[in-house]
Design a protein around this ligand. Sequence first.
Ligand SMILES: [Zn+2]
Length: 292
Amino acid sequence: MLVSMAEILKDAKKRNYGVAAPNIFNKETIEAAYEAADELKSPVILDFAGLKDQEIITEISKYYERKYPHVVAALNLDHGGSYEEIVAAIRAGFTSVMIDRSKLPYKQNVEEVKEIVKIAHHVGVSVEAELGHVGMGYEYESTRDSGLTKPEEAINYIEKTGVDCLAVAVGTSHGTYSGEPHLEFELLEKLNSMIDIPLVLHGGSGTGDENLKKAVKIGIQKVNLFTDLSNAGLGVLKDYLMIDRTKMEHDRELGEFGNKNANLIETFLKGTEGYKQALKHYMTLFESNGKC
Ligand SMILES: [Zn+2]
């Protein structure tokens, strides 16, 4: 069942667990996310970024919704940029949208998010926004501190915008970290004690199991993941593609030597297998398994 993300995260907050939000981008990754959720009886949030292919992604998700009617999932636009992109996602059938105005001045951030909340709530779509700024891993050491979320500002922001959940900056970063990740657990504790709505952690990859487990225990209900899932997929794929010379044959038609056990169909399957295993690892780490 595709539901709004707010519904999934409210339960996670109530029962103190985290929900994995893998970036999905095609049929294979959506299928892997549904299979992982089905096998572990876990909710899942499908995060999709971009304007292109929104309708295709919605249709594929709806197919798996019919195939796994008991799986509780949300389809969320990740880092919604332009107004056009966000409205198109709502029209396409996304059950949640994230609007990222974290680089804008505070007042403008509030104004733009508020407008999207008004539109989205009219059609039962939940909204995630970001306050403070989660930067990129390659510039981690130089940008981390300036982007941290300020608790008092966050309370004012939630009141003014009416968002359903808030992405906070507590020391994580997108992509691969340059240097060691260090999280502000005290800040997260403070945010959790002052804020009623669910909190989101962007940049889960490379943050480390211990850090993520602790963050979920303290008060994070959604963890965004891509790089780790992608790397896990690539790892399985690399093993598969390692040339086994005993299986090399001369292709008479092409006049070439090739690995007879490798083909493109298998390649996609292998990449997805690694992605799925890593996703299941995180679902278990966040204790969302067995929750639905
Ligand atoms: Zn993000």
